[in-house]
Design a protein around this ligand. Structure first.
Ligand code: AR6
Length: 177
């Protein structure tokens, strides 16, 4: 696969990653929460929440599958792209397409802002309960399909937090070595 060199797998805390943008698994209020969202707001400081509040005032939050961009505040990343994953409801409520939209719309928004490198957490696989294996397959396939068509972002990292996701992504990405 010609684009496999543009995809990287990292295990750890996404708030410490030095890509130009990191993606937040937010909720539609954009006003913070637990999990990776809580970690990003804690590490990035109040500038991120302030920017989110301005977006809420303008457009009233963010729908599932869509994405908005803010400063990265005190993070190593310049930008945070906040996207809202679907809550798992059994799989027949449009969850796969909504999850794919999160990855696609985050990549498009990054490209519109000239972002060269971006890191994704495993959206929806925590509090929102999306089965990890199905979510990983959608994440990898959606990013690969996007990179076939677009030059920006040049580099995409998947940041896995737990051992289950590490094994799943290793397996999926190996197929394209
Ligand atoms: N770095 C990278 N990944 C992380 C980190 C971190 N610091 N912390 C957790 N993860 P979740 P969701 C992983 O629950 O399922 C929030 O309250 C975690 O292990 O953060 O999309 C929001 O405000 C899991 O694999 O997000 C929403 O209300 C993945 O990140 C809701 O949770 C996503 O888990 C969103 O739920």
């Amino acid at each position: 696969m010609p684009n496999s060199h543009r995809i990287h797998l990292v295990q750890g805390d996404i708030t410490k990653v030095h890509t130009e943008a990191i993606v937040n698994a937010a909720n539609s209020s954009l006003l913070g929460g637990g999990g990776v969202d809580g970690a990003i707001h804690r590490a990035g400081g109040p500038a991120i929440l302030e920017a989110c509040r301005a977006i809420v005032a303008r457009q009233g939050g963010c729908n599932t599958g869509e994405a908005v961009i803010t400063t990265g505040g005190n993070l190593p990343a310049n930008y945070v792209i906040h996207t809202v994953g679907p809550v798992w409801q059994g799989g027949s409520k449009g969850e796969p397409e909504l999850l794919a939209n999160c990855y696609r719309n985050s990549l498009l928004l990054a490209a519109q802002n000239g972002v060269k490198s971006i890191a994704f957490p495993n959206i929806s696989t925590g509090v929102y309960g999306y089965p990890k294996d199905q979510a990983a397959k959608i994440a990898v396939e959606t990013v690969q399909a996007y990179l076939q068509q677009h030059a920006f972002p040049q580099e995409v990292s998947f940041v896995v937090f737990d051992a289950d996701n590490l094994a799943l992504y290793q397996k999926l990405l190996k197929k394209t070595d």
